[in-house]
Ligand binder design. Structure first.
Ligand code: RET
Length: 251
């Protein structure tokens, strides 16, 4: 696809404009909510909530920059797609850290998980970028395939280790963590699909619009809804740990 000849129709321009605006508003509201709510769970779960709020704060900044870049360039020459990748490079490792933090696992278990998940997630994003900006399908597929290796590794680690830790969690907590995992798999799967749009034969302005909508909706679910679900897990776990907390928070 040649960016220089891509022009969006008014409807396409409005669709991207509005979805980026939705992204900004969601990140803004979720950041405030999570930071204000972190004190409402037991101390050992607060780190997870603060990390969740930091993820949406980082994304709030990047949505503001992406929005400006889009308004200036109308998605054409000079539109900066790198903001998304810089955002993901920071937020994806943090999303994995918040997931591990909320489980409150024994330290050795936690360190072993994070020391594998954090580098793998950074590698996944770094390997995806050359393919994102490539205009040739074969180059896109090559980097996409390389990026898929750490992606599958992350899913494997999460699946195997989370399943093991679910066995030690009280009933309702286990069910919510199960939903958390489902949300992660369903939303993370949207990114490679949006990335591959040109390969599926969707080109030019259509691919651009589809990708912006896909990435933004996935970001709102993977960061905001996911962060709020982490908060719910933290409340349920706090209530399971401490009956005075359960009574005072009405959990
Ligand atoms: C890329 C390149 C193509 C192959 C794969 C990809 C995966 C991207 C993912 C991104 C997740 C981002 C999140 C952001 C929210 O904060 C890089 C598109 C597998 C899984 C969760």
């Amino acid at each position: 696809m040649d960016q220089t000849i891509m022009t969006l129709s008014t409807d396409q321009y409005n669709a991207v404009y509005n979805v980026l605006s939705l992204g900004f508003a969601s990140m803004f509201a979720t950041t405030i909510f999570l930071y204000l709510s972190q004190g409402r769970v037991l101390p050992k779960y607060r780190q997870a909530i603060v990390i969740s709020g930091t993820v949406t704060l980082i994304a709030l900044y990047h949505y503001w920059r992406i929005f400006d870049s889009f308004v200036e360039t109308k998605g054409g020459v000079g539109f900066n797609e790198a903001y998304r990748y810089v955002d993901w490079l920071l937020t994806v490792p943090l999303l994995l850290l918040e997931t591990v933090a909320v489980l409150a696992l024994p330290a050795s278990n936690r360190k072993s998980l994070t020391s594998r998940l954090v580098p793998a997630s950074a590698l996944m994003i770094i390997l995806g970028y050359p393919g994102e900006i490539a205009s040739v399908d074969s180059t896109k597929l090559l980097w996409g395939a390389l990026s898929t290796i750490p992606f599958l590794y992350i899913l494997y680690v999460l699946f195997v280790e989370l399943t093991r830790s679910l066995e030690r969690q009280p009933g309702e907590v286990a069910a919510t963590i199960g939903r958390l995992r489902l949300l992660l798999i369903a939303t993370w799967g949207v990114y490679p699909i949006s990335y591959l749009m040109p390969v599926f034969g969707i080109d030019g302005a259509d691919a651009f619009v589809g990708r912006q909508i896909g990435y933004t909706v996935a970001d709102v679910l993977a960061k905001c809804l996911f962060g709020l679900t982490i908060y719910k897990v933290a409340k349920l776990k706090s209530a399971a740990d401490d009956s005075a907390y359960a009574a005072s928070e009405n959990v």
